[in-house]
Design a protein around this ligand. Structure first.
Ligand code: AHG
Ligand code: MN
Ligand code: MN
Length: 349
């Protein structure tokens, strides 16, 4: 019988890949895994306990905060605080970055950016939700973390991952040497290696986009959607359409089955909706590590300049061939949205 490998065992084994590492990143990943199990416990009880619905507050992006958004945020920050390896946290649920101010965090080297609960509007209806995290080494030497520490480019990430609370709960992460997935075995309370060395298929036949906004998409995206819908046996078209409203769930499916996930700019969201540092960058790092491609339609996500904490970005991500085709359509039919005019300047017909 094959022995199970827990997330903790795997992290320690992999530490040997980084000869200079002193175990801090391993401890940080372990802390995130522990918080994920606590959040999982509450997510699983949604419907039984009084944890469904809005708190009545609005976050910095003007979104209603769900009780579980707030709960998950508190749990992850508490785990990072007691772990001692993280000096500051950028969270979707906090306007500013949060200093971790504890005796054991004095020499903490890492910055964590997090979307504590992704797809939270799906909580009330029992559809899969997630957590997304991104880890950087701090740039400043000591003292309180600075803007320079939290506004690093995606290429500087040392690790990134997500947890999907779905029909089973999985934690998927990368430290830049491939992607591995762990399924939570509730009977032993451990994440166990179930998806070693995940690879996104180079091509696929699933497209994922909120087509309700069709009228507001740039022409290149409209043309690509039409391309997906055209009959063509050789390329397995028409493709099928899947969109859950939880990016983590849609990305997890894309990683396993292949496909393309798009959240482009729209008339209502002229810079895109998803946030660069705790949604797009970590997911782009994972998908690239699994052999896929991630762009805003014109530029590689991981190389985008990061100017503010809650900066938004368009994202087109998934199987390389599909993403390249969408980029080709954008270059051909929406060339007016160029590198320099990308931020907000768009002609929508
Ligand atoms: P969050 O719950 O963290 O605010 O993220 C929701 C995001 C993402 O998960 C999803 O893909 C997208 O918003 C859905 O947005 P639309 O309803 O506009 O399609
Ligand atoms: Mn989100
Ligand atoms: Mn969220």
């Amino acid at each position: 019988m094959k022995a199970v490998k827990t997330l903790g065992q795997f992290i320690i084994e992999k530490q040997a890949d980084f000869p200079y590492a002193k175990g801090e990143l391993s401890r940080l990943l372990r802390d995130i895994g522990i918080a994920a199990k606590i959040v999982n416990r509450e997510v699983n009880k949604a419907g039984l306990a009084d944890i469904i619905g809005d708190v009545g507050t609005v976050n910095v992006q003007g979104e209603n905060q769900k009780k579980l958004d707030v709960y998950a945020n508190e749990q992850f920050i508490a785990a990072l605080q007691s772990g001692g390896e993280c000096c500051t946290v950028v969270s979707e649920e906090n306007d500013e970055y949060v200093y971790i101010d504890s005796e054991i965090s004095k020499n903490a080297k890492y910055v964590v950016c997090i979307d504590p609960l992704d797809g939270s509007s799906n909580i009330d209806v029992n559809v899969g939700v997630g957590t997304i995290f991104s880890i950087f080494r701090r740039v400043s030497k000591d003292g309180k973390a600075t803007m320079e520490d939290v506004l690093q480019k995606g290429t500087e990430q040392v690790a990134a991952g997500y947890v999907v609370y779905g029909s089973s709960t999985m934690l998927v992460y990368t430290t830049g040497k491939g992607v591995n997935g762990f399924t939570l075995d509730p009977s032993i309370g451990e994440f166990c290696l179930s998806h070693p060395d995940m690879q996104v298929p180079q091509d696929g036949n699933i497209y994922s986009i909120n087509e309700g906004y069709y009228a507001h998409f740039p022409d290149g995206i409209k043309k690509y959607i039409k391309f997906c819908q055209v009959e063509d046996e050789k390329t397995r078209r028409p493709y099928t359409s899947r969109y859950t409203g939880s990016m983590v769930a849609d990305i997890h499916r894309t990683l396993i089955k292949g496909g393309i996930f798009m959240y482009p700019i729209t008339a209502q969201a002229p810079n895109g909706k998803l946030r660069l540092i705790y949604e797009c960058n970590p997911i782009a790092f994972i998908v690239e590590q699994a052999g896929g491609r991630a762009t805003n339609g014109y530029e590689r996500i991981l190389e985008l300049e990061v100017k503010e904490l809650h900066q938004r970005s368009a994202i087109i991500i998934g199987s390389t061939k599909m993403v390249e085709k969408a980029e080709e359509m954008l270059a051909c039919f929406s060339p007016q949205i160029t590198k320099t005019t990308f931020e907000g300047v768009v002609t929508i017909q």
